[in-house]
Every structure is written in C-alpha cells, then in structure tokens.
Design a protein around this ligand. Structure first.
Ligand code: 5GP
Length: 193
C-alpha cells in the first residue's frame, strides 16, 4: 500500500536487532486518518471471507483492528496480556514470546467473546517471527473457530512469521512488506510503487 510505504519511508527508523520503529503513527502516537485508510484496505482484501469477528492483541494491534472492524461492521476483540498465568474456565489463554520486549506474555480472551461459528480475522501491527499470531491461532483452535485470514500492517518478510502463516494455509495480507532492514535501510518487497 503506497500510502503506508511512503509513511514508513518518511517516519520509520531502523533500530538494532532488525526492529523498525514507527512510533509516531502506529506504536505510540497514532494517526487516525492513516488507520482509517488501513481499515478500508483490510476490508477490501478480506471482504469475501465472511469475517464475523476480528481478533488482535493489546496494545498496538488495537488501532488498525478497530478501523478494520469499523469498515467491516464486525466486533473487535483484543487479547489481554497477563503477568501470571491464571487459568480459569472462562478464558482461552496462550503464551506468547514478545519479539521487541523479549519477555513471555500470557494472552487471554474471555470465552464470551468468541462464538462457536465465528470466522475470525486476525489483525496485528507487525508480523515478525509469528509468535503473536501463533498465540491467537492457538486460542482460535481451543475455541474451535475458523481463522479465515491474517492481516498485518507491516510484515518483516525475512523473519519466520510470513512462512508460518502460509504453511498453516491461511490467507495472509500485509499492507507493507519489508524484504530487508540491512544497513538501516528499509527495502520493500513487491513495492506498491
Ligand atoms: P512476532 O510475534 O510476529 O514475532 O512479533 C509481533 C509483535 O512484535 C508485534 O505485535 C509487534 O508489537 C512486535 N514487533 C515485532 N517486530 C517489530 C518491529 O520491527 N517494530 C515494532 N515496532 N514492533 C515489532
């Protein structure tokens, strides 16, 4: 998506450890107009999948997921992060290793917010090694619901997550796909230009 690639070129910075910092429009300060456009693009890409609910993880997935849900007229549920694993009968829980924070988080969703016939669209800000998406897939599996798509704002295609989602046979869309961050330069794969 050209609008997003241009914004990454303008405002993104590359940090050590192959981390792209985009905290002035996505991960800290959030640009609502841009999020609205991202939501419209997610709708265009997934509108034939029969999505009934969007699933994301707090906190950075919420803004794009909310806009996708707004455009698609479906509810948005965000998995909450817990410091300790408090398994109760009312929660679906998965353990997720955070790429940027290098800690394990237990993410959970109240069982009231996933229904048996749901068709889930997973949305997240980044796809790196795929741990966050794997956690959400685990929750969907436990809830016995279909995942009809994974939509991410930015994927780092050179890391494992991209292949992991494809290997699971799931429709994957990334609004910007980064082929490399070598030498602190952002190189897009299949640039929208
Ligand atoms: P994964 O679970 O796919 O390894 O990583 C996904 C999560 O890690 C994302 O939700 C995002 O919060 C964070 N993340 C991974 N790589 C990056 C990056 O390059 N930049 C930023 N800002 N966050 C990232």
């Amino acid at each position: 998506m050209k609008l997003l690639e241009d914004r990454i070129k303008r405002d993104g910075t590359v940090l050590p450890g192959e981390v792209l910092k985009v905290d002035n429009f996505l991960n800290h300060q959030v640009d609502p107009q841009l999020m609205f456009e991202l939501g419209a693009e997610f709708k265009r890409l997934f509108e034939n999948e029969g999505v009934t609910r969007i699933l994301t993880v707090e906190s950075s997935g919420i803004a794009p997921a909310l806009m996708a849900g707004y455009q698609m007229h479906v509810p948005v549920v965000f998995a909450r992060k817990h410091r300790s694993l408090t398994l109760t009968d009312d929660l679906y829980t998965a353990r997720v290793y955070s790429y940027t924070k290098q800690v394990n988080n237990d993410i959970s969703i109240d069982k009231r917010f996933i229904k048996p016939n749901d068709k889930i669209l997973i949305i997240d800000d980044f796809l790196a090694n795929g741990q966050a998406v794997e956690g959400m897939l685990e929750i969907a599996k436990a809830a016995k619901v279909d995942v009809v798509g994974v939509g991410v704002v930015i994927e780092k295609r050179f890391q494992k997550g991209h292949q992991l989602v494809l290997d699971a046979g799931i429709h994957l869309e990334a609004l910007a796909s980064i082929a490399s961050l070598d030498n602190n330069q952002v190189v897009f794969a299949n640039s929208a230009e």
